[in-house]
Design a protein around this ligand. Structure first.
Ligand SMILES: *Cc1c(COP(=O)(O)O)cnc(C)c1O
Length: 234
């Protein structure tokens, strides 16, 4: 999108965030907007930064590392890893991100701990929860959450800040509301404080905010549609 399109889109998203916060009786500063920049050029991120955005989400380690290097001159930029993370990629991610939203196994947790300790970084992590137990999706199923929390508590270089989810695709944002409420209830029922809830995307972030989201991940509503692979159905 052009700079002026981006400016308009940002103003619109910002207005929708404020309105959702108002409806929920929440303060605007309780919600962090993460601009999802996957498959968008670094120049677009630079323009978004100039408009005041600071938090950017990426899904693929290689793309994240390349953009991190290209945008190293932007001092306040914070990267969020929001895609599935393979254990063997933990090493390259830990030193360059502000938070990792997709921890879903003890094995990955232990590897992140090892890499964080070695690089002197403290890694902020979310546990990704697969609420509906969808086979094709990553994420820890709710029943396994207590054990994973216990394991991460034994990792001094990891700071577990909350839970993240990508709900099943639904027809309407309203249809997803019970999933957001479920993640919120799940967080509150654990034995450790889990203050942050990473949930809500372009189509449903307002409902997510109403149900307690602290970190919304918004791509399309800011940067427009992502290019489709040529062999994908249209
Ligand atoms: C791509 C992606 C988003 C952004 O989705 P939009 O619908 O474009 O807002 C959010 N979260 C995750 C995990 C993603 O992969």
């Amino acid at each position: 999108v052009t700079v002026s399109e981006l400016e308009l889109a940002l103003a619109s998203v910002e207005r929708r965030i404020v309105d959702a916060c108002t409806r929920a009786g929440r303060a605007r500063n309780e919600v962090q907007l993460i601009a999802v920049s996957k498959r968008k050029p670094a120049q677009q991120i630079r323009e978004a930064y100039a408009l005041g955005l600071r938090d950017f989400g990426e899904n693929y380690v290689q793309e994240l590392a390349a953009k991190h290097a290209e945008l190293a001159d932007l001092p306040e930029l914070r990267w969020h890893m929001i895609g599935h993370l393979q254990t063997n990629k933990a090493k390259s991610v830990v030193p360059i991100v502000h938070a990792i939203h997709t921890v879903d196994s003890e094995r990955l947790g232990r590897e992140l701990e090892r890499r964080a300790a070695a690089s002197g970084h403290r890694a902020r992590v979310f546990i990704e929860v697969n609420l509906a137990g969808e086979a094709q999706k990553s994420g820890c199923i709710p029943a396994d959450l207590p054990a994973l929390i216990t394991a991460l508590a034994r990792c001094p270089s990891l700071e577990l800040v909350g839970l993240m989810t990508i709900p099943p695709v639904a027809e309407t944002a309203e249809a997803t509301r019970p999933r957001f409420a479920q993640l919120c209830a799940l967080a509150r029922s654990q034995t450790v404080p889990l203050a942050r809830l990473s949930m809500g995307m372009s189509l449903d972030f307002e409902v997510a905010i109403e149900e307690g989201a602290t970190d919304i991940r918004v791509g399309t509503a800011l940067f427009g549609a992502r290019t489709i692979a040529t062999n994908a159905p249209r």
